[in-house]
Design a protein around this ligand. Structure first.
Ligand code: KE4
Length: 429
């Protein structure tokens, strides 16, 4: 695959941007090689600076569930941009998108738009702390909720100990209030509550984990978190930045029939433009300024261009049969990969929820971050590069999700399966 122009651009980018990127995973550091510099996205495809064409399974890390440059979104954006890009004043578009979200997810009685999932999760935790007057939070190893200081923390030695920073620059004082448990281990969460009961403000969880690779909740796990937080007067925060409008139109809270107290959203609700949101129970949300004392603000929050892209995307999703087709496309991909792996004699574990999928290079079941980390990343990296060379743009990390969009045709899926079959058979050699 000719990457001469991307290589030149990557060198130049690294003069101005750390690692040549604006978000670390894009630099291909764990898989190696040169990231293609993209010039265009269309439907399920992306095109790079050297003229290479890829079937895209990153989809901007989730937002583009209807594919790149969907005509309905593009046309609406063209009209919107001619009316102005930002006013720093309220618009009806914010009401429209907020109403669509609240109708889809009734637990969200009230919400506020921000500009990223990080802002949404950061503010939801500030709000939970203010509402409960407690400082501690519980998260899960391998769970990612954006890069705010308190969330870049990992378990200290042993589970029921205070958190320690997971990145330089995070003060230990911030990290110590973050307790960590293993995903799907409700018993560990109960132990944390028994030890820190009156101090835990909230549990924040990806209702389908997707930042350690895709790891669905085991039966009873989410229900346990709901009952524990209710029992101890803490809040349950669903981080649905990935799962919101992805695993169902009503998100994971609809799929698993769990009502969280607060929900974080992002990605799809912006339709490819920067949008995040946090929302939930009215009595909690009305603590936010200017109604209540908890402060949060944002220059471009709810801007009309981003709102337009989100509104059009949700309109497209809220059509009969869309999620059935997404399910069928991804189930077909999953089946084809399984068949190809069996034929190649390669032991993999495919983990899927709806149109989220991860191929783990391990023979064992993956139920949490510890089991995910046992995957063979060297095999994954070789797999990744065969796919890229053959025109399949797979997520450049074993610990990320592949995203199938409505724009992926049956032919795209069959072509992908053939290429994956080739990649797996080459691993055998
Ligand atoms: P952003 O700040 O990147 O918009 O959202 C942070 C975030 C919050 N919650 C969940 C569950 C998330 O997955 C994310 C961000 N997801 C990553 C992909 N795993 C974004 C890709 C990247 O970091 O470049």
């Amino acid at each position: 695959m000719n990457q001469q122009h991307s290589q030149e651009l990557f060198r130049e980018a690294q003069r101005y941007l750390p690692g040549g990127v604006d978000s670390p995973v894009r630099a291909f550091k764990t898989v190696g090689g040169t990231p293609p510099f993209i010039v265009k996205g269309q439907g399920a495809r992306m095109f790079d600076a050297d003229g290479n064409e890829f079937i895209d399974y990153v989809c901007s890390w989730g937002p583009l569930i209807m594919g790149h440059s969907h005509p309905q979104v593009v046309e609406a954006l063209k009209r919107a941009v001619e009316r102005g890009t930002s006013f720093g004043a309220p618009t009806e578009l914010e009401i429209t998108l907020a109403r669509m979200i609240s109708t889809a997810m009734p637990s969200i009685q009230m919400l506020r738009f921000v500009n990223s999932g990080t802002e949404a999760a950061m503010t939801a935790l500030r709000l939970a702390r203010a509402y409960t007057k407690r400082d501690m939070i519980v998260k899960f190893a391998g769970g990612y909720h954006g890069h705010s200081d308190g969330l870049l923390a990992k378990a200290g030695s042993g589970v029921a100990t205070l958190g320690i920073p997971d990145s330089p620059g995070v003060p230990s004082g911030y990290a110590r209030n973050t307790l960590t448990a293993l995903y799907n281990d409700a018993k560990a969460v109960e132990q944390l509550f028994e030890r820190y009961s009156e101090e835990i403000a909230a549990v924040i969880v990806e209702p389908v984990a997707a930042n350690m690779g895709v790891v669905p909740p085991q039966p009873g796990f989410l229900e346990s978190l709901r009952s524990l937080t209710s029992r101890f007067g803490s809040l349950l925060i669903f981080d649905e930045v990935i799962t919101g409008f992805r695993v169902a139109y009503g998100g994971a809270q609809a799929l698993y029939s769990i009502t969280p107290d607060l929900t974080c959203l992002g990605k799809i609700i912006g339709g490819g433009l920067p949008v995040g949101a946090y929302g939930g129970r009215r009595d909690i949300m009305e603590m936010m300024a200017p109604v209540g004392p908890v402060y949060q603000a944002g220059t471009l929050s709810g801007n009309p261009i981003a709102m337009t892209a989100g509104i059009e995307t949700l309109k497209l999703l809220n059509q009969p049969g869309v999620y059935n087709q997404l399910e069928n496309k991804t189930a077909s991909l999953e089946k084809g990969i399984g068949t190809a792996a069996a034929k190649a004699g390669i032991r993999i574990y495919i983990s899927r929820t709806a149109s989220l999928l991860t191929v783990f290079f391990t023979a064992d079941q993956v139920v949490d971050y510890e089991s995910a980390k046992r995957a063979n990343t060297e095999e994954f990296n070789r797999f990744f590069h065969v796919l890229l060379t053959e025109g399949i743009y797979w997520p450049p990390s074993q610990f990320e999700a592949a995203f199938v969009s409505f724009a992926h045709s049956d032919e795209d899926i069959q072509l992908t399966i053939r290429v994956i079959g080739k990649a797996l058979s080459l691993l055998k050699k």
